[in-house]
Design a protein around this ligand. Structure first.
Ligand code: NAD
Length: 446
């Protein structure tokens, strides 16, 4: 649905009034389109570690205009801050303040990306403190950026280095317009076996992807985005949504499977359909979900059980089927849709938040099982996304919810779809068991 306020304060007297009153002025976000350059303008790589040198060399290999030192008043497309070698909190000051001096030169829609290591892996309390400090630094910095610019971090787990394939794939995603609504987040990448994508415009070419709940909203956007990226699609939705499902399937030249995912044999039926019609099942996107909101004091069996059954129990059953089926030579890359409600909680949504938090638990616990069979399981947690679901929220509540993130606007279904497409790709091979929020950095709770 249209964000009328954002349109209104874009120009003229309303723009001037909004500025005078200090009201939100959401910027137009730079979203990905095929053929678009990764960034437009120079990329500054700060940090003196050997990893930062390797990274700068890799970016030169992408034909980017790379700077190792800032040129005064030159507009920058991105600032990459290499903090992978910090071992004491005091080590942060020099690289951080050097980057700070360039922040005013960051172009609209620019990117600040930190590269550091997880505190959990640290060899001393001082190193853990320095690494954890990056978390607070990045999340605060992202809240200070303006004009559609975002701040995100890459955490190098285990033996991963700044120029490891997985780190470079994550960097490419975060620099690109594909991550327009991802803000204030960290992506953890292992040394893993990320396969650099050969075909940048069609990274999913040759893959068969199943998307549940694909008849409308975020699911339909996922279908369109995976199709754009080259995947062959199996689209699943309930029989009642059959007409809409068929329309989306026609549009993306996929096949439609009318199926209630909460039925016991849904997993077997999905696998059989994918194998019979397309010969493989490489990507499984669990998007179908419902809300049945009520305060817990008024909750009843039907509301509670339907939400738990469709939003989490069905995913568990389908994953069990997919991981056990001998007809699949390797496990697919699985991506589940969670929600920021499952992280921060939401009044009136105990059932929904329980189911979406359950998705996060499931993803973490399934990751090693999937990895053992050559697959991976990750989740995205959308914040406020402009869909039929959020259009039903009363006006005043909706208007507040929309503005309560660092980008001061709701995301679009395509923003969720872009992150799912990235996590479904071979380039994200080093990412497993992670939850990526697509929420413009929600300011409340999570
Ligand atoms: P939506 O209601 O517009 O679409 C959901 C689709 O899932 C519908 O087509 C519906 O028919 C289908 N579906 C429901 N139950 C099903 C079942 N048992 N079997 C098969 N299909 C079923 O919702 P949306 O806004 O597009 O949300 C998609 C996903 O994103 C959901 O999991 C939702 O919880 C999550 N999400 C949405 C937002 C948001 O702001 N819209 C935020 C966070 C998370």
């Amino acid at each position: 649905m249209t964000d009328t306020y954002a349109q209104l304060v874009k120009k003229g007297p309303a723009k001037r009034l909004a500025r005078k009153l200090g009201l939100p002025q959401p910027a137009a976000l730079r979203r990905y389109e095929p053929g678009q350059p990764l960034v437009t303008g120079p990329v500054l790589v700060q940090g003196s570690s050997s990893g930062a040198d390797d990274l700068a060399a890799a970016l030169l290999g992408w034909d980017l205009d790379v700077r190792r030192h800032a040129v005064p008043r030159e507009k920058l497309a991105a600032i990459i801050l290499g903090l992978d070698a910090v071992s004491r909190p005091e080590d942060l000051e020099t690289p951080v303040l050097a980057a700070a001096a360039s922040l005013r030169d960051l172009a609209p829609g620019g990117r600040v990306i930190t590269i550091s290591r997880p505190a959990l892996d640290a060899e001393s309390p001082a190193a853990a403190a320095a690494r954890q400090a990056v978390d607070g630094l990045l999340r605060s910095l992202a809240k200070e950026l303006r004009a559609g610019a975002t701040g995100n971090g890459i955490l190098l787990a285990g033996a991963a280095a700044p120029a490891s394939p997985g780190a470079l794939a994550a960097l490419q995603f975060l620099l690109s317009g594909r991550s327009a609504f991802v803000d204030g987040q960290f992506l953890t990448v292992g040394a893993g076996d990320a396969v650099p994508t050969g075909n940048v415009d069609k990274p999913l070419a040759g893959k068969t992807a199943v998307v549940t709940g694909a008849a409308r909203g975020i699911g339909a956007a996922i279908a369109r985005t995976l199709h754009r990226d080259g995947a062959t699609l199996v689209l699943v939705d309930v029989p009642a949504a059959g007409d809409h499902l068929a329309a989306v399937a026609n549009e993306v030249r996929g096949t439609a499977l009318q199926l209630d995912i909460s039925t016991e044999d849904a997993g077997r039926r999905i696998i059989s359909h994918a194998l019979q019609r397309h010969g493989s099942l490489d990507i499984m996107v669990h998007n179908a979900g419902i809300t049945r909101d009520k305060l817990l004091a008024n909750m009843d069996h039907a509301r509670w059980s339907s939400v738990i059954n469709i939003n989490i129990a069905a995913q568990l059953r389908i994953n069990d089927a997919v991981l056990a089926d001998d007809r699949l030579a390797t496990a697919p890359r699985i991506v589940s849709v969670s929600s920021t409600s499952g992280i921060a909680g939401n009044r009136g949504q105990t059932n929904y938040a329980a189911s979406k938090a359950g998705v996060i638990g499931m993803v973490r616990a399934t990751a090693p099982l999937a990895a053992a069979k050559g697959g991976a399981v990750n989740a995205v947690a959308p914040g406020f996304i402009e869909t039929d679901m959020t259009a039903r929220i009363p006006f005043a509540v909706r208007e507040v919810a929309r503005r309560l993130n660092s980008l001061q606007q709701g995301g679009l279904p395509v923003d969720v779809a872009e992150t799912i497409a990235f996590l479904a790709s071979d380039a994200a091979g080093g990412i497993n068991g992670e939850v990526v929020r697509v929420c413009g950095q929600n300011l409340v709770g999570a």
